[in-house]
Write a protein that binds this ligand. Sequence first.
Ligand code: BTN
Length: 327
Amino acid sequence: MAAGSGLREALLAQLADGYFHSGQTLATALGVSRAAVWQHIQRLEALGLDIHRVPGRGYRLATALELLRPELIASALPPAARRLLRGLDVLLETDSTSERLLRDTAPAPAACFAEHQTAGRGRRGRQWLTPFGGQLAFSVSWVFASLPPDFSALALAVGIGVATALRAEGADEVGLKWPNDLVAGGRKLGGILVEVTGEPPGRTRVVAGMGINWRVSAERLAALGQPACDLAALCGDRLPPRNRVAAICLASVLAVFDRFARDGFRAFREQWPEFDALRGQEVMVSMEGEKLFGRAAGVDAAGALRVATASGLRRFMSGDVSVRMQP
Ligand code: BTN
């Protein structure tokens, strides 16, 4: 009999196909009682999995789920990424993949993926929800010998890397909303958070965390408080295998770190307009209680957002502001 999270993993493996499984079949397969199956089903629901239960038929996932698997991600990594990567963790659950890599002293670069985060965090101290299996939630660590001077633009470069990877995988409409949102059709597809530990400007461990909606129910998307979308809807029938997309995104982030460490943001800046969802849009910039209106005009060499306002061109650094498109 599998115990604890092992049992949950075994139960998930049974349910992943999206077909009905009776309580008795599951109990027999796992070597536990039907009551234990029911308890674990409840726990999975609490983590954000949508499970249908029909009397007489049993339980099934609302849609089939391809669980992330380290061996599948590793085997889909291009050789350059495989050479760089020094650690890969794939977890069913953790507090935050970024927190895990920040407190880790293991060699970098390393990557950590999780199907569910209990304390996922977003930009500006916000909470980041990760419904079980509904996202690609992962973080990548990198150690800089010394922080590059234009380090604040790293999140933009990572965004370019991830958006390029997603477009290559069929999500053609993916763009970037400065500074760190992945968007498509004016809706948020995901977010990027770059965090630092160590003693800048010396040897510094940097962790980039990405949360990309994979398949999230309409109710959960609606509850996010802003228009949001997922890759399943963007790609439709052409949705590639989840482990493959995970690998391609990871490889892209590693390549961005590698390039940024050598050349900084100047290696990426001219790609920004290709992805810039704000360009030419009327925006509202909020900063320390103040609101400014203007027309977005791309980013400068430091990755700052440029906004043409009534009182002239203003620039904003990412830490301090939030930007909204005006209808
Ligand atoms: C944002 O849009 O505010 C950024 C969200 C970043 C979320 C990801 S999910 C993986 C990693 N772990 C975290 O706790 N946060 C990032």
